[in-house]
Design a protein around this ligand. Structure first.
Ligand code: F6P
Length: 357
């Protein structure tokens, strides 16, 4: 007999339900006495005891369903140790609810912040399994996170759609891609969508190099240029600023995001009309792509196997194509960034894509 808790935390993504389905189907196919408790809205449900018992029916028909059947929320790690206004110690509250339900383990689906809290709960003595969710693909210790490939599909579609209109109007188009502080999503969608210039947080840009690339295309007779811009892209100038100086700049920042600042500069320097497209949260929406459905099923099955073996304190990841248990203690708090010298970037540069550096 096993009693497990499930929660999804942080920003949602497409394959959360598919992953939970994998875990529960894996367990229920092998353990006749399984009890599953789903906590509402991430850690909030665990803190305040907001949960419900789930049956196998809850996990039927959700492979293709985006979002999360449990709901999610962001509970910043740094606030976890700070008591609520009414004096509630959130970490203690989570532990109490775990013990009150006599859980054998808690399966936590989430990104970096979620993982830090998961590791904190592990240090506090709870049995934890973490599953790496995020469209950003920035979780250290796994080659791939679920949600990433689905988001690549959507961001690529956005760039594809821009292509025909950009060509008709001879304009410069900026497509701003999500990814938080890392450039994985922009790199992959940019290449898949045939962007001419790709700007990543890991490779600070020089506006003059961008203008040169646009002018080079114009001289060659290509009337338009498409830039895939990571929401976290940063100029070489800004990358040199201290944290304090950057904060000061952002205080008086008049643009909604980096793409708007760039558009302004490009228009001033080239005189070419510029347009901006921000697909935003569409990148996290809709059904998981087939790749993610397979990945989530594998990770879910991997988690079920660990739980059946009473092995806890791990993230279930993919390393060199194989499902692997990765100790949470080794990866929590680390960020997986794009290496500017990676092979994909070298290949992209070889075919003439500019990274603005
Ligand atoms: O981490 C996923 C992500 O979509 C990032 O790419 C983005 O920066 C952030 O979440 C947006 O967060 P929110 O949904 O809170 O606006």
């Amino acid at each position: 007999k096993k009693r497990i808790g499930l929660l999804t935390s942080g920003g949602d993504c497409q394959a959360l339900n598919a992953t939970m389905r994998g875990v529960v189907k894996g367990l229920s196919s092998n353990l006749p006495d399984l009890e599953v408790y789903g906590f509402a809205d991430g850690y909030r449900g665990l803190i305040y005891g907001d949960y419900r018992m789930l049956t196998s029916m809850d996990f039927s028909g959700i492979l293709t369903k985006g979002g999360t059947i449990l709901g999610t929320s962001r509970q910043p790690f740094k606030l976890m140790r700070v008591p609520d206004a009414d004096g509630l110690d959130k970490v203690e509250a989570m532990k109490q609810n775990y013990y009150k339900l006599r859980l054998d383990c808690l399966v936590i689906l989430g990104g970096n912040g979620t993982q830090k809290t998961a590791n904190l709960l592990r240090e506090e003595g709870l049995n934890i399994i973490h599953l790496p969710k995020t469209i950003d693909n920035d979780i250290y210790g796994t080659d791939m996170t679920f949600g990433f490939q689905s988001a690549v599909d959507i961001a690529t579609d956005a760039i594809d759609c821009i292509h025909t209109t950009a060509a008709s109007h001879n304009r410069v188009f900026l497509v701003e891609v999500m990814g938080h502080k890392v450039g994985w999503l922009t790199l992959h969608a940019g290449i898949a969508g045939g962007a001419d210039i790709i700007l990543l947080p890991e490779i600070p840009y020089d506006i003059d190099r961008i203008v040169e690339a646009i002018n080079r295309r114009a001289q060659r007779g290509a009337g338009f240029t498409i830039l895939a811009v990571a929401e976290g892209a940063i100029s070489k100038k800004d990358a040199k600023l201290s944290k304090k100086e950057l904060k000061e700049k952002m205080k008086n920042y008049k643009y909604p995001s980096v793409s708007y600042e760039l558009a302004d500069q490009i228009l001033k320097k080239t005189g070419i009309e510029v347009r901006i497209t921000v697909p935003g949260h569409t990148q996290r929406g809709g059904s998981p792509c087939p790749y993610d459905r397979v990945l989530s099923t594998r990770l879910g099955a991997g988690a079920a196997k660990l739980i059946m073996n009473n092995e806890y304190g791990y993230m279930v990841g993919i390393v060199n194509g194989k499902v692997k248990k990765v100790p949470l203690a080794d990866v929590a708090g680390k960020l997986k960034m794009v290496d500017p010298d990676n092979q994909l970037i070298k290949e992209a540069k070889l075919i003439g894509i500019s990274f603005g550096d």
